[in-house]
Design a protein around this ligand. Sequence first.
Ligand code: CA
Ligand code: CA
Length: 593
Amino acid sequence: MILSVLRGGRKDSSQLANNFGYSSAEASFSLRFSAFLCVSAFIFISRLFNFDQQPDKPGSNGANRSTDTEMQARRVWSGRVDQCRVDLRPLPPIVSKMLAKGRLSSAKSSCRAGSRMLVALTLFCGFADLVPGAEVSVPSWPQFRGPNCSGVAAHATPPVKIGPTNCVLWCMDVPWSPSSPCIWGERIFVTTFSEGQLQTRCYDRHTGMLRWSSGLKPEQLEAFNQTENNPAAPTPATDGRHVVSYFGSFGLICHDPEGRELWRHRLPVAMSGCGFGSGTSPIIEGQLVILDRDQDQNSSLLAVDVATGKTAWETPRPDATGSFGTPIIWNHDDADDVVVPGCLRLKGYDVKTGKERWRAEGVAAFTCPTPVVGDGWLYFAAWSPGKADAPWPSWDSSLEKLDKNKDGIVSLDELPESDRNAMTAIDVDHDGKITKAEWDIFMARNAKARNVMVALKPGGRGDITQTHVAWEFTRGLPYVASPLFYQGRVYTVKDGGMLSSLDAKTGKPYYLQERLEASGNYYASPVAADGRIYLASLAGKVTVVKAGGDQPEILHQADFGDRILATPALVGDALYLRTQKKLYALGDKPVAK
Ligand SMILES: [Ca+2]
Ligand SMILES: [Ca+2]
């Protein structure tokens, strides 16, 4: 029965996964600001260097005379000078468009003016690089749960009255996996498991059409839960130049935005907690792809170069067993920590070296959610069975129920097949049998667990359990869905469809475990934009709640009639929702190009 509990509650994986170390607000501001500067500077320089000569006619082969430097400069600007193009740095060949459209002179411009222009553009390119967040000017939701796994799209305005037939911009059938949409510019990236292949797919954000798909057949599939998970559960991560997918059965694989494979980083087949299947997703931070591989054994935190796939550092996590959450980046004290939501403890690692900086002891025995950062503090909330509200059975009662041959051992063939993978959490020596000694080890570990939400203050080093915990709270805890920090509050959704809202600085609840009229489990993590919170139940109900208030004000609710495990993505005026069978783009108006 203990195994049944494990199996039943285990995690989803869609809510496992991604990151970026800037806030949406910062990114948006930086973008707009840098775009403004670019436009202003371009106009100024255009006048200064007298760029506005007669344009070439379309078809001019002036571009053929380009030097390498010129080609680089050509990638900075798109067809209109008042638009800084998204793919800023691997950048599309824009200048050629400008040339063709007559907005830039070059082909027939004098060599002198041309070289000046190139210098100016190159300077701008460099300048743009100096503006924090300039790369992010693209509409994006670059990994699991968006920017730094926050779930918050600061400037998005998704629709309210959504439904399977309301506000549907497009809807496409997509083979199921629990992974979530990841978005960069015009492209939506998803992973899926179809026809025995581990696939990375790219859909057009405007039309929903499949742009490309790249699949591989693993030599061996990892163990995975047949109904709540599959081998393509991790969400891909992108920085606009690289699309990195992780599969527990294979390792990491990277494509460019057009689907060309860039590199592979093979890893041993994952031995996920309870054989549930991998859940954690990769994140991209600067030049590094970061992946937490907490398994039943040989756990580690891995960083590889995003350009090459070569290992940058790898830190063993010998005290970590199968957790499922995705790491995030916590910037504090002028340093970036990779925060890993492991079982029993949180840890922060130096993102440059992988060296452990701090730990906070005493969280859930099995953790699925991802932490969040808000106003400089770190928040984490997790629940798992085994404590007072869902205790494990005693050894004697387990034997009585499961030990069919009465030899005092619970062996694999005495369990329903669907429960056997879950034995790995208890079967320490992996011999397919659970002994009293192994049971005692499991229970001792469980005794250290605490189902709790914690708020951590920044600045700690070493063991910060006693020094940097600002507050704790033990009610309304989520099992799989990550907590949400939004507008000075922390929100959690507890299985059963109960929403809580706490003051982020004090932990005092504004409201606690209020029912959403959408019961059942919640695997998708809540997301927020434009003063609203979007929650999706496993059964397929999406609830839109107004942020704030002393009670959750439900603005809208819709039943999509299909299971939802993936966390929705919010970009621009649209919400992208992946159900078990479909991928929806939901909006009041067509996606702006
Ligand atoms: Ca037995
Ligand atoms: Ca054993």
